[in-house]
Design a binder for this molecule. Structure first.
Ligand code: GLU
Length: 409
């Protein structure tokens, strides 16, 4: 019996595809492991894992998907999220900008006048976000950090002490950035404890499966699909994804957007996390980096996945007309209901001026707009519109706002 057959052991076609993808790139050993943090230089260039997690909790993983590595810059969107939750959007915006810098991750992108870092995905903005983590003592802030990341991953996480010490002992450029932030008033007190916490946050151990689940948590509006625990207030998910979308891939963000089209974040230990909102999270781990600090195989895998599965965020299937299940006028339907003769006669006479729309599926701006247009087209021949919502599965605020309730209500 061949693998993939319907009888006996059935291999999911998704898993089969991921295995083929892994095999396709397993021998691609271009790139270099990061060495500027001495401990990261110990990574093995062969390591390679891929994981997909859906928003309903299905996991597909191949290769070194359970090999731990330090999260590095992939912590940045999650710490930014924690700052948003703790202080609200306005307060965070006053300290951290939202414009792509197009510069390298460790660029000193501070606004010449305000001293505000360009965005939260480069080190300057990330250190500023770390400085906004709530807590009265370094221990409390550390606990907040780990607790928050753990909710996305769905289990407790810890710091790799060796990487943390290695980065702390060599991170002079980050020290310089932290002191500049203090000078500009973006950090409000001693920058060293914040810097220390930043080094710890970069040294949190995760694996590729964790990345996929963290990404799927963002895809699911902030709720971890495996544990059901809310990791982030739904209101902040779109801010975090926006920053990942425009600034998450260092100075490769534009090309990434073109060829992959998913909000993402990469880190110098070789991880990439990408999110397709509403659907899934992707985690890839391969420590061989290109000149911009992105995982070479990580980019290749995400590109393939996006193209093969049509994941590009701007490649949205047209759903327009499908929401109208059936439409007819009241005189076209027969009913078993016994009505007084006068009512039955009136219905027959006026029935063609009553239009019924049976709607089905998800109502959103796009799908309801089609209904509204149809109603307006018939405005001169109809007096009443009846919307039958029995088959509607969901409706968002936009759908409620533009539903045809006037002038026919
Ligand atoms: N800890 C690293 C640093 O700040 C993170 C860099 C990265 O992953 O881009 O240098």
């Amino acid at each position: 019996m061949s693998e993939g057959s319907i009888q006996g052991h059935v291999l999911s076609p998704v898993l089969e595809y991921l295995e083929a993808l892994h095999a396709q790139f397993a021998d691609h050993l271009e790139g270099e492991v990061a060495t500027y943090i001495p401990e990261l230089a110990k990574a093995n260039g062969q390591w390679f894992g891929i994981c997909l997690a859906t928003t309903d909790g299905q996991i597909y993983e191949v290769g070194d998907s359970r090999r731990p590595f330090t999260i590095q810059s992939i912590s940045k969107p999650f710490v930014y999220a924690a700052a948003l939750e703790a202080h609200g959007r306005e307060a965070v915006l006053r300290k951290i900008g939202v414009e792509p810098s197009g510069d390298a991750f460790n660029a000193i992108s501070l606004d010449p006048v305000s001293g505000r870092p360009a965005n939260p995905m480069i080190n300057a903005g990330a250190i500023a976000a770390t400085g906004m983590l709530p807590g009265d003592t370094p221990d409390e802030r550390y606990a907040h950090l780990l607790g928050s990341l753990a909710r996305y991953a769905g289990h407790e996480l810890c710091v790799d002490e060796a990487v943390y010490v290695s980065e702390r002992e060599t991170g002079f450029r980050n020290q310089a950035i932290a002191f500049l932030l203090r000078n500009a008033g973006v950090l409000e007190d001693d920058p060293l404890p914040t810097l220390d916490l930043y080094f710890q946050q970069c040294s949190v151990l995760v694996d590729c499966r964790d990345l996929a689940i963290m990404a799927a948590t963002l895809a699911a509006g902030g709720v971890n699909p495996l544990t059901g625990v809310r990791a982030l207030d739904a209101d902040h998910v779109e801010s975090v994804l926006s920053m990942m979308g425009s600034c998450g891939m260092y100075d490769f963000a534009g090309e990434w957007s073109l060829s992959v089209g998913l909000p993402a974040k990469s880190g110098v230990s070789g991880g990439i996390l990408a999110t397709l909102p509403g659907h899934l999270g992707i985690g890839v781990f391969s420590p061989l980096l290109d000149a911009r600090g992105n995982s070479v195989r990580g980019i290749a895998v995400c590109r393939e996945l996006s193209q093969r599965f049509g994941l590009h965020l701007f490649n949205v299937p047209q759903t327009g007309a499908t929401v109208i299940h059936r439409t007819y006028s009241a005189d076209e339907v027969s009913s078993n209901r016994v009505r007084p003769p006068a009512v039955a006669a009136a219905l027959q006479r006026l029935g063609r001026r009553i239009r019924v729309y049976e709607l089905a599926g998800a109502l959103s701006f796009g799908t309801v707009e089609v209904v509204v247009r149809d109603v307006l087209d018939k405005v001169n021949t109809q007096d009443f519109v009846i919307l039958d919502l029995e088959r509607v599965t969901e409706s968002d605020f936009a759908a409620a706002t533009c539903s045809p309730h006037s002038p026919f209500a």
